[in-house]
Design a protein around this ligand. Structure first.
Ligand SMILES: Cc1cc2nc3c(=O)[nH]c(=O)nc-3n(C[C@H](O)[C@H](O)[C@H](O)COP(=O)(O)OP(=O)(O)OC[C@H]3O[C@@H](n4cnc5c(N)ncnc54)[C@H](O)[C@@H]3O)c2cc1C
Length: 237
């Protein structure tokens, strides 16, 4: 029995850690999103991170200092533009996490005062700039982001689904080396080898292509994608 299935979305996010879930939530404001995680949704580095997340929140601190500390700790290996970009945008990103409900530790304030966050100093940082949730910051971030993703009407989650291969347009009759989908499955490698056709097949991130392709061509495209799925399943050794 051919149990291949096709799932359509505008954006496919592979991975359900802090990076994947944050991206999914941002993009889901205007697109239909599928999130894949190869294991349980929370299983990744994010859940286990303890210390905290660095951003310039203290008025006595500065972006220049954060950049400088990072470049020194990076021993000349860091890309300077990337360091600058991350240091400049860190506060806004952490604020987005706060607004999303991540319970970073706060210091006591007067009744009408805005919340202030407890900052620790770690690693190569010359200022207190680490926001944290006790010593389980990653767990707090992961569980909050997960709740938000699970309750978002535009996000569908495929837990314990492993992405096996990306589908580029040139594999399905087009000419460009552009990713238009991915092949994923639930089984272990050995099971996949035997049950190649039980793979799921996700197709076409580009809605544009979907609306402009005639029905007959769509069926053909789906068949080709399924065939490619079977081929991909036979490849792992
Ligand atoms: C013990 C520990 C302590 C740390 N402490 C800190 C700290 O104090 N401060 C700090 O800033 N950083 C810390 N880090 C680093 C930080 O946790 C990571 O940099 C961050 O969590 C990476 O997030 P991510 O979303 O990129 O990856 P992850 O959270 O690892 O997520 C990766 C996701 O990809 C999925 N995936 C992978 N391959 C596939 C596939 N083929 N198909 C489908 N899904 C797939 C996984 O299932 C998972 O959901 C720590 C890390 C560890 C392990």
């Amino acid at each position: 029995m051919n149990t291949n299935r096709e799932h359509l979305c505008d954006v496919l996010v592979i991975g359900s850690g802090a990076a994947g879930l944050s991206l999914a939530l941002r993009v889901a404001e205007r697109a239909k999103v599928i999130v894949l995680s190869k294991g349980p949704l929370s299983e990744g580095a994010t859940y286990y991170a303890q210390g905290g997340i660095a951003a310039v929140f203290d008025e006595a601190d500065s972006i220049e200092s954060h950049v400088n500390d990072t470049n020194i700790a990076g021993a000349g290996l860091c890309e300077e533009d990337t360091v600058q970009f991350i240091a400049e945008n860190a506060k806004e990103c952490v604020q987005w996490l706060i607004d999303g409900g991540v319970p970073f530790d706060q210091v006591e304030t007067e009744k009408d005062e805005a919340p202030r966050y407890h900052l620790t100093r770690e690693g190569g940082h010359s200022h207190r700039r680490i926001l944290h949730a006790a010593d389980a910051t990653g767990m707090a971030m992961q569980t909050t982001l997960q709740d938000n993703v699970q309750n978002h009407p535009n996000i569908e989650i495929f837990e314990r689904y492993n992405a096996l291969d990306l589908i580029t347009e040139d594999k399905v009759g087009g000419s460009k080396d552009k990713v238009v989908g991915a092949i994923f499955g639930t089984a272990t490698k050995s099971t996949l080898k035997r049950c190649a056709l039980s793979l799921s097949c996700w197709q076409r991130a580009a809605r544009q292509k979907c609306t402009s392709t005639p029905q007959t061509q769509m069926s053909l495209l789906a068949t080709v994608l399924q065939w490619h799925g079977a081929q991909a399943a036979a490849l792992p050794t």
